[in-house]
Design a protein around this ligand. Sequence first.
Ligand code: KG4
Length: 342
Amino acid sequence: MILAFESSCDESAIAVFDPASGVACEWVHSQISLHSEHGGVVPDIATREHLRHFGPLLRLAIKDPSWRGVSQVAVTRGPGLAACLAVGAAAAKSVARALRLPVVGVNHLRAHAWSPFIPLHAESPGAFQERLRELLPHLGLIVSGGNTILFSISEAGALEQLSSTRDDAAGEALDKGAKLLGIGYPGGPEIERRAAGGRPDAFDFPRGIGRPGDLDFSFSGLKTSLRYRVQAMPEPQVRASLADLCASYQAAVVDALSSKTAAALERRPYRSVGLSGGVANNRALCGAIEARARNAGARFMAALPRHTGDNAAMIGFAAWIDAADSARFSGGALQVDPGAYL
Ligand code: KG4
């Protein structure tokens, strides 16, 4: 059983993953409300909050029956905010040393990449490897506040990054768009809520890199286009058009993500398509990626809502599934790596 820690950004999280039955227990302390008044994550506040909350989270974990079965510790080693990663790593190393257990560092993006497979494992832990093989090769899309990545998992279980964003991540584009519209943080859910009452074709926003065959994403042009559009409209008109602006802006983000996913699906056959990261909570995006997967005859797999944002369950799961890589990332002495790649 693996005791996992996550602290790469604004969530402090602990979980125990049991390979024989699935996620045994998990706790997340989110700092979103503290950062929302600043319109984005403030690294110093995030670090302070991690320092304050790992103690209480550990006290909860110690009371859980699964604690007695823990035989390994795993912790996010990167990518993420350096000081935040360091707090999680220090907590994990302290517990590992006290309990005389090995500790491995897990790449946060690989954990997001594997997170849609957590429910599959929970359905039949004993038959997971066979069922996994039936779903490979897999095409995955990670969409979070800091990353937008298309990747594949080969029949042999090897992850390969196919493309990423050249500028802003999809979640960042939604957060910055919401800021321009003056509607709160985090922007993704705020835009989705308002988009429900608007027309997605009311405004014409750019869809990023349009070159055929190019799988990279770009969202900075979209954001600039929204800025110019809003600057050209009198304030009362912006307020009156908020639902249409949100629906059109969200449609541009969803189109950009789903058309690149479709282009990747045209390149070669995949047996499953995964969606993970915070923006995977978006219903329009889920529907669009599911439709692309269906058209390509692939099974659609989204991470569970509680595992889309940052969480420790996916760190424990990735440490188990990706054991060789976790060990490689960890090396001898565990060190954090804020700029790690997939
Ligand atoms: O995975 P996550 O916690 O990101 C990082 O830590 O990097 O996801 C946060 C991102 C934010 O940009 C937020 O606006 C977006 O996910 N998000 C959504 C929704 N819920 C969260 N975007 C669109 N629709 C949602 N329902």
